[in-house]
Write a protein that binds this ligand. Structure first.
Ligand SMILES: [Zn+2]
Ligand SMILES: [Zn+2]
Length: 1019
């Protein structure tokens, strides 16, 4: 720092004022100091100097008792080798990097022992103890002050940054020359081992912060920094984080300390963290300017336009799509954040509301309390008296409803979901503030909206808010996949959105993998397998997204609310860029897969139809019939439940009466034996034994009699309620029917349990196979699977026992076959106890298989339709975008706009992605089975640069913007060059690798299933 040439000498001290009276509180029995409201005191350099001297004096006093060696160590740790100049108060006053630590309560001299403890603790920076003592208000104050002081500087900093980053040496100008105003500053720069840098400054420069940015540094505090971090260092951190989101600032600081050959210091981490916040803010400003120069800053532009495959509708030649958009949504709780615990208050109260991914909290809250929370236990349970009653925990319902609470009755589909949600809740509540995110993405994986889940599980308001926003921005005919889509549909219907959703002709469904765990009647309606318009889409996009975003979890968990959101926002921007870059590849792969299905399975289908003597119409009819059958299936009549209770009571009565008869007989026999007075054969012991047995029998007889009396009273009461005049007897029609019904219930219960266990197991296998599953989780799951296998074996035994009791008995299951996916479908057929399914043609295995194949072929051809449409949109968008880039860049350059450089960089990145996409577009056009229209078309409505006209009057463009035909060789030349570029050359290897991954996944899962089955057999 210069000798305060142009630095104001008056500085502001912020912190709690202590002991305002200056008196000695100890004497009066009061606490030795009192922390009052934070206040701002303005002090001159003289006073500040005095304060520093006083602190120094205290330190000297505190350390008097220590050995020379200890003092030397402490001095070392205090960095006394490089002391702060005492006449330069900036750091101490305005919250320099150490400020995080600086507002520690200064130890009072009167208690020497405690003071030494404090001093050593401070100097050694022993964290766990340290945190406890600190007054959080001072830190909060510090963060607020930093924020408030940075804000007015930002526009200048953004200009300075653009200047530094994209300016030419000629216009950096005078400051490059040494002058009297230059000063040296401690700097953190991973590219430069020197610890200080000379900062060039001219007489005209006023703001230190701005001067620093022009020199390529960012101060760690806005006004009087004593330390600065180089912009290149911050950029390196940013880039590393793009590809390794879990990379922490602490780790980065350690890297720097390693380069500097110094031990890790926490204040450096604070300095880098603070500077990084501001660096990202500056970049966001720049990005905003660039986006606006491209005419892409209208509200909701990103959601409406970011995915060209979804949005870039063509003026002509486009086959009508069944669904205008296919989107998915789901909640995930890995991105949670610890709530401040106990007395710890929130230090960083900043709110990050610049992200256009996050829906504002107020918006989400509009949908709170739309549905009432419902308890799991509200479903009427049939009183089946078997030993196994370890059912789902009945959690007390919370006030707000979850996404499934719009249903009249909790369906089997949502029971598991609700139980899992209750488990999660138990683990999360009270510990976390944000408990995760609820996200929505398009089928191509581009993120649409995010909602923070706050101190709650997955409540109905989160998906409702997202659906409301989707309806408002994207409009009609959306297909929305959600793992409890079936019941959430009813929740929508009951909410304020019901009518809109209906009028827009939108539709909910479940996603493929989770869908298998739903009740079969639901699957025939809501599973993507039966929705032709969905193509081959499995709607599991979010599972893949979350599996990647889980990487962020270790850094968001302990971050402040502000930083957590910044991290998430940065992560999804990068995610979207990567998804956009790979969209051509994704469409290409989908096309190849669809062609493959059509080629291989069409033949099989034709053969099957011929041998079954059926045609496509028959299959359609069967499918409708199946759907209708399950839709009309009703739950049991409530009167049955009473009959069940009655017959069970009768059965108990019968059992007890029989027991009474047999006990009485035994009792009489014993008694009869005793009156014969036969000489005891084995002496007095036998006599006493006989006597004691007689007494026992008598007691038993009495208990049984009492029980029978009670039960009889119960039975009589039931008979009165059920209007039964003659007691049912075994052999009566009603009695036998109810008995049969009880057996059926037992059977269904056993079946249900088996099904649940199998589904759980398959889910665990699925999770086990997901990348990013941590090792510990994998071991945990593997262990769980073993117990699950035992449980499944037991459940199969129970099932077989119940099946044998049925009339007619059901064949037993071979449980090693039970674990396969295909078997899940069988459960619904086994569940039929009226025996009327078996007569239906669609219940025969051969026909079912044929129906499955037929559906797959239909969906594959629909996928081809979808991709034909989407690939053309993508191609058109890329061409239009090139036109836009050329025009905007030309105008900016002509106007010598400082934003030219930033915009150029953005366009270059985008161009390279486009080139990569074009390569796949070309490959797709070249496919042998390609049936679409090759080449770009014309966009319906406005072009990609809508809104540009006003900003670039030089380029006259009437709406709809005319699109230069892409066949003009000059236009596509840059792409062709890029496509032929080695770096993005796509050879067979890469393409094969992409396809293989999927196949490998599938194989691995099925191998695991086999393997686990084998283990189970051995158990
Ligand atoms: Zn999309
Ligand atoms: Zn369902």
């Amino acid at each position: 720092m210069p000798k305060s040439k142009s630095v104001s000498k008056r500085v502001t001290v912020v912190g709690p004022s202590r002991r305002p009276g200056g008196g000695d509180g100890v004497a009066s029995g009061q606490p030795s100091y009192r922390v009052t409201q934070s206040e701002t005191v303005t002090r001159g350099p003289k006073q500040i100097h005095d304060i520093k001297m006083a602190a120094e004096e205290r330190y000297q006093r505190v350390t008097t008792g220590l050995s020379d060696e200890s003092k030397r160590v402490l001095a070392d740790m205090r960095r006394e080798a490089t002391p702060e100049p005492i006449d330069q108060p900036a750091d101490m006053v305005m919250g320099g990097a150490e400020d995080d630590d600086a507002w520690e309560d200064v130890p009072e001299p009167d208690s020497a022992v405690a003071s030494i403890t404090y001093a050593i603790r401070d100097l050694l920076e022993s964290r766990p103890m340290y945190r406890k003592y600190r007054d959080q208000r001072t830190w909060r104050q510090r963060v607020r002050n930093l924020d408030e002081n940075w804000r007015p500087l930002l526009p200048q900093l953004v200009d300075a940054y653009v200047h530094w980053r994209y300016g030419t040496s000629s216009n950096i100008g005078a400051a490059a020359e040494p002058s009297d105003y230059d000063f040296d500053l401690e700097t953190i720069d991973i590219y430069n081992p020197a610890r200080t840098t000379t900062i060039r400054r001219s007489a005209a420069d006023v703001s230190i912060a701005e001067v620093l940015v022009r020199n390529g540094f960012l101060g760690t505090v806005p006004l009087f920094p004593s330390r600065a971090v180089s912009l290149k260092t911050l950029e390196l951190l940013r880039i590393i984080r793009l590809f390794k989101p879990s990379f922490s600032i602490e780790a980065f600081t350690k890297v720097i300390c390693h380069v500097y050959v110094i031990p890790y210091r926490r204040y450096l981490r604070t300095a880098i963290g603070d500077a990084y916040d501001i660096y990202l803010t500056i970049l966001r400003f720049v990005r905003k300017h660039v986006v606006s120069s491209l005419g892409r800053d209208s509200p909701d532009w990103r959601v409406k336009n970011a995915c060209p495959a979804c949005s870039y509708k063509q003026l002509e030649g486009e086959s009508p799509a069944t669904f205008s958009r296919i989107v998915v949504m789901d909640g995930n709780n890995s991105l949670k954040r610890m709530a401040p615990s106990g007395t710890r208050k929130i230090g960083d109260a900043r709110v990050f509301d610049e992200s256009d991914y996050f829906l504002p909290t107020e918006y989400v809250e509009q949908f709170a309390h739309e549905v009432r929370g419902r308890q799991l236990g509200e479903r009427p349970e049939v009183p089946v008296r078997d030993a196994d009653n370890n059912e789902d925990p009945f959690e007390a319902a919370e006030q707000e409803g979850d996404p499934t609470d719009g249903q009249d009755v909790i369906s089997t589909c949502t029971r598991n979901w609700k139980a899992a949600a209750a488990d999660d809740k138990k683990r999360m509540w009270a510990v976390f503030e944000e408990t995760g995110i609820f996200a929505c993405a398009c089928r191509h994986g581009l993120m649409l909206y995010l909602v923070d889940m706050i101190r709650s599980g997955e409540l109905a308001k989160y998906p409702l808010a997202i659906v409301a926003k989707l309806c408002a921005t994207l409009g009609e005919r959306m297909l929305i996949g959600y793992d409890v889509g079936c019941s959430f549909l009813q929740t929508i219907a009951q909410s304020s959105l019901g009518e809109t959703f209906n009028n827009l002709d939108c539709r909910m469904c479940v996603n493929a993998f989770h869908g298998y765990s739903h009740a079969y009647p639901c699957q025939v309606q809501h599973h993507p397998n039966v929705i032709a318009g969905a193509g081959l889409e499995d709607l599991e996009t979010l599972e893949r997204i979350f599996s990647a975003s889980n990487q962020l979890a270790p850094v968001t968990c302990y971050a402040s609310a502000y930083r957590r959101r910044v991290l998430i926002d940065e992560f999804f921007q990068q995610w979207d860029d990567e998804k956009y870059q790979n969209i051509g590849l994704m469409l290409y792969n989908n096309y190849v897969q669809a062609l493959d299905i059509i080629e291989t399975q069409s033949v099989a289908l034709t053969d099957a139809l011929r041998s079954l003597q059926l045609d496509a119409d028959d299959l359609r009819r069967f499918q409708d019939d199946e759907r209708r059958y399950f839709a009309e299936l009703r739950d049991e009549e409530p009167s049955n439940l009473h009959a069940v209770a009655y017959v069970e009571a009768l059965q108990d009565l019968q059992t007890m009466s029989e027991a009474l008869t047999s006990t009485s007989r035994q009792f009489l026999d014993t008694a009869r034996g005793s009156v014969t007075w036969a000489p005891p054969e084995t002496g007095p012991t036998a006599y006493y034994q006989a006597l004691s047995q007689t007494r026992k029998l008598e007691t038993k007889r009495r208990t049984l009699r009492e029980n029978i009396q009670n039960l009889t009273a119960e039975v009589v009461e039931m008979e009165a309620r059920l209007n039964i005049t003659n007691r049912w007897q075994p052999g009566d029609v009603q009695y036998e029917e109810t008995l049969k019904y009880i057996m059926t219930r037992k059977y269904q219960k056993a079946l249900g349990k088996l099904q649940r266990l199998v589904i759980q197991r398959l889910f665990e296998l699925h999770k086990l196979n997901l990348s990013q599953t941590a090792y510990r989780v994998r071991s945990y799951i593997a262990k769980n699977l073993q117990t699950r296998c035992k449980a499944i074996r037991q459940a199969v035994n129970d099932y077989n026992a119940a099946a044998a009791q049925l009339n007619p008995p059901r064949p037993p299951l071979d449980w090693s076959k039970v674990s396969h996916f295909s078997f899940l479908e069988e459960f619904s057929l086994l569940d039929d106890t009226r025996n009327d399914i078996r007569n239906r043609p669609w219940a025969s295995p051969a026909i079912r298989e044929t129906m499955r194949t037929a559906r797959r072929v239909v969906r594959a051809s629909k996928e081809i339709d979808n991709v034909n449409r989407e690939i053309r949109r993508l191609h058109t968008a890329i061409c239009d975008e090139e036109t836009l880039f050329t025009r905007v860049l030309r105008d900016l350059q002509a106007a010598k706009d400082p934003l030219y450089g930033a915009t150029l960089e953005c366009c270059q990145r985008r161009r390279s992605m486009n080139a990569y996409n074009l390569a796949y577009i070309q490959k797709l056009y070249d496919l042998k089975g390609f049936t679409g229209t090759p080449g770009p078309g014309i966009r319906a409505g406005t072009s990609i640069g809508a809104g540009l006209q006003s900003k670039a009057p030089a380029a006259p463009s009437p709406a709809p913007a005319p699109v230069i035909p892409p066949s003009i060789p000059g236009l596509l030349r840059p792409f062709e060059e890029l496509v032929s570029d080695e770096s993005i050359h796509i050879g067979r290897d890469e393409e094969d690798a992409e396809v293989q991954v999927d196949e490998e996944d599938v194989r691995e899962v099925s191998e695991l299933v086999e393997h686990m089955s084998d283990i189970a057999v051995l158990l």
